[in-house]
Design a protein around this ligand. Sequence first.
Ligand SMILES: NC(=O)c1ccc[n+]([C@@H]2O[C@H](COP(=O)([O-])OP(=O)(O)OC[C@H]3O[C@@H](n4cnc5c(N)ncnc54)[C@H](OP(=O)(O)O)[C@@H]3O)[C@@H](O)[C@H]2O)c1
Length: 244
Amino acid sequence: MSKSILILGARSDIARACAQHYAAEGYAVRLAARDIAPLKVDATDLHLRHRVAATTHRFDALDTAKFAAFIDGLPELPDVVLCAVGTMGDQSESQSNPEAAAIVLRSNFEGPALFLGMMAERFETRGSGVVIGISSVAGDRGRASNYVYGAAKAGFTAFLSGLRNRFSRSAIKVITVKPGFVATKMTDGMDLNPRLTAQPEAVANAIWRAQAKGRDVVYVKPIWFVVMAIIRTLPERIFKKTKL
Ligand SMILES: NC(=O)c1ccc[n+]([C@@H]2O[C@H](COP(=O)([O-])OP(=O)(O)OC[C@H]3O[C@@H](n4cnc5c(N)ncnc54)[C@H](OP(=O)(O)O)[C@@H]3O)[C@@H](O)[C@H]2O)c1
């Protein structure tokens, strides 16, 4: 029987590239998103192009009460779960509107962490599984320009780290992906340095390679590892004066 991957936030540009990559490798693909109507086109395309099973499933990362029933309703417990759910939000709005900030915190941290935690429990019962969470370099250090999003991603990164640590002696693998800038809907209109910006297909490639090689944390463009190492080590008295 072929392996399968569950992709959460399947309408994301990064997620769509991952779906193509895993389907090309023969994986059945379970696409999950809030609005499944547009996903059906993707599912048909994946099926015709790669001759794999592709299904669509309604999923809202904020609806934590429905997570268990959602997992029970899947065609099978997948071999791999990949979470691409996220929202950048608007930093200035988050500063003045706690409800807007809560959506950013819950969409990037609470929902993804709780869901992947539940999947890991199911994987533990079965004895195998791969958990992949797309976090962000924004979580490596809080910056004035996006610290609500960054704080949520920092929480998600820490959660994935703990999960990986817990399952380190088992066949359950946990991969944290820190893509750096990626040219997607999320960054549309932003003035991004091309040397620091990846395409969604490059992210999908990096994720596939990380799984194949059993890697733990992936910076898609290696330069981001260096950039963030420098940013993390800047003393606070200098860092607080920077405009990053
Ligand atoms: N682009 C970058 O530079 C970059 C950098 C670092 C990390 N990331 C992370 O990469 C992941 C994918 O982002 P992307 O760049 O591909 O952007 P994107 O195209 O905007 O994808 C984000 C996806 O998250 C989904 N989503 C948001 N809230 C949700 C909820 N409550 N329930 C279910 N789905 C929800 C959105 O669904 P709808 O289609 O329904 O709106 C959207 O498809 C995100 O976690 C993002 O934080 C992106």
